[in-house]
Ligand binder design. Structure first.
Ligand SMILES: C[S@@+](CC[C@H](N)C(=O)[O-])C[C@H]1O[C@@H](n2cnc3c(N)ncnc32)[C@H](O)[C@@H]1O
Length: 218
């Protein structure tokens, strides 16, 4: 179980898993899959790739990933919250996606027998130290040159929208019962995440409220 400074980053979804998809889609005005696809494209995901979907949650990234990797590709989906993972498994079954393997092991204990091409961390940035450990953990299973690691997450816009988005994001965080605060979203993802990857690329989109950062493993 992931614990950092007394916070638990997985148990909170015991309470919010039923409303999770609705809230995430609402905040992105129903364009969640499209937004994930843009992050994956920035990361250079390709047809036939094997993808690690870290902290896969309810599997909201599956559709976007599948639309690029196709049936020749494969997803290894990892999450330690049993409710979130159950929704993800049901989603895969409903769509007939047989190229997805699931694991309920924490990322910290990740053990794989194969190399992966792409590691995707969507909406699961919690803190620098934790994420650095996760990047290290997944880098062991990637080619140093061909492998790609991609983060997609929320940010507060650096424009006139900030005062409008601030209360909306505050509501979303409270509604989901997230263990981080809106103050923690006053961060510099380009520098912070980009500084942990090699040859990092950065893109802010959706009115500067979302960010995608991708690069080579450590
Ligand atoms: C905000 S959700 C994001 C879910 C999904 N990636 C998405 O974009 O909707 C964060 C997820 O991270 C999972 N999680 C937290 N710590 C983890 C760990 N150490 N290993 C695996 N999953 C973890 C939680 O259980 C939760 O489902």
């Amino acid at each position: 179980m992931t614990k950092k400074a007394g916070k638990n980053y997985a148990e909170e979804y015991d309470k919010s898993w039923k409303k999770y998809d609705f809230i995430v889609n609402l905040y992105q005005l129903g364009r969640d899959t499209l937004h994930r696809r843009r992050a994956l494209q920035l990361g250079g995901l390709k047809e036939g790739d094997t993808v690690l979907d870290l902290c896969c949650g309810t599997g909201l990234s599956f559709k976007a990933i599948q639309s690029i990797i196709g049936p020749k590709g494969k997803i290894i989906a990892i999450d330690i919250n049993e409710h979130m993972l159950a929704v993800a498994k049901q989603r895969a079954a409903d769509h007939g996606w047989t190229n997805i393997e699931f694991s309920s092991k924490p990322i910290e204990e990740l053990q794989l027998t194969e190399q992966v091409d792409f590691a995707f961390f969507a909406l699961c940035w919690y803190d620098k130290e934790l994420s650095r450990g996760w990047i290290k953990s997944v880098s062991r299973f990637m080619d140093r040159e061909k492998g790609r690691i991609c983060f997609m997450d929320y940010k507060l816009p650096d424009n006139w929208l900030r005062p409008v988005i601030y209360p909306l994001l505050w509501i979303e965080i409270k509604w989901l019962g997230e263990s981080y605060t809106i103050e923690e979203l006053k961060w510099k993802p380009r520098e912070v995440i980009g500084g942990m990857l090699r040859d990092a690329q950065y893109k802010a989109y959706f009115f500067d409220c979302l960010v995608a950062v991708a690069g080579k493993p450590l």
